[in-house]
Design a protein around this ligand. Structure first.
Ligand code: ADP
Ligand code: MG
Length: 237
């Protein structure tokens, strides 16, 4: 794995991988209203790594779900590679999510009755896309889980489960990968390997990353850094 010079982000095209405008999401319960995402706009260019930091409860996960089309905003627009998500029908949205978006959930969301390998290939199988098993093996090697592919999630450590979830998100080579605390369960060594891999995927493949993190090492490698506070997103650098 190598890291090289920065890509010519956005130079060949004006269509941005991630473009959101005026996103808002409010949760209502009987006696309270929480504005989880408050009029958020952001753009991320091709091959860029954007990082969102901020205190617990500030709306980071909610924003990531909106950007990935896993939840629908009350107001605002999200475009992934120029496609507006908020008005897509369910089936088209599902298809787009399976092929053009990778999502690494904070809680991994692996299926407990499937092996690591079966979990990794599942989105591509569901999308009807042929799976190259060599790609699975390469990813597993880079993530240090080659000897765990036939195990069930319950037989894996938290860090290994997290790396399976990351492999699942990366395998289809999506344009955009959203990751919620992707190093949260990793020790320093596997966390470092993951960061190398993310940098490589961004630089060499032009994949775009939006990462929610508390990890200073992740924040340090970002091209764009945002801070979220009470639902409001502010650009830091
Ligand atoms: P973060 O990821 O920064 O910790 P979240 O996006 O998970 O923040 O949550 C932002 C706010 O929205 C919090 O106050 C949280 O309690 C609230 N919230 C998140 N999801 C829900 C939900 N499904 N129903 C009600 N409130 C929610
Ligand atoms: Mg969260």
């Amino acid at each position: 794995m190598t890291t090289s010079t920065a890509p010519t982000a956005g130079a060949t095209s004006t269509v941005l991988p991630v473009e959101a405008e005026g996103l808002s999401l409010t949760f209502h319960s009987t006696d309270t209203t929480v504005v989880a995402v408050d009029d958020v706009s952001l753009s991320v260019g091709r091959g860029q790594i954007a990082v969102i930091v901020g205190p617990s409860g500030s709306g980071k996960s909610s924003l990531l779900q909106l950007l990935a089309g896993l939840d629908t905003p009350d107001r605002g627009s999200v475009r992934i590679g120029g496609t507006e998500l908020t008005t897509l029908r369910d089936r088209a949205l599902t298809a787009l999510r399976r092929t053009r978006i990778g999502f690494v959930f904070q809680a991994f969301h692996l299926l407990p009755t499937m092996t690591a390998r079966q979990n990794i290939v599942l989105p591509m199988r569901l999308a009807g896309t042929p799976v190259n098993e060599h790609d699975v093996d390469d990813l597993a090697r880079m993530l240090g889980i080659s000897n765990r592919l036939d195990h069930l999630p319950g037989q894996l450590s938290g860090g290994q489960q997290q790396r399976v979830a990351i492999a699942r998100a990366l395998l289809p080579q999506p344009e955009v990968i959203f990751a919620d605390e992707p190093t949260g369960a990793l020790d320093a060594e596997s966390g470092g390997e993951l960061l190398d891999m993310i940098r490589w995927a961004a630089r060499e493949r032009g994949q775009t990353f939006v990462i929610v993190t508390h990890d200073e090492k992740v924040a340090a490698m970002a091209d764009l850094q945002f801070r979220m506070d009470s639902g409001v997103l502010r650009r830091e650098r």
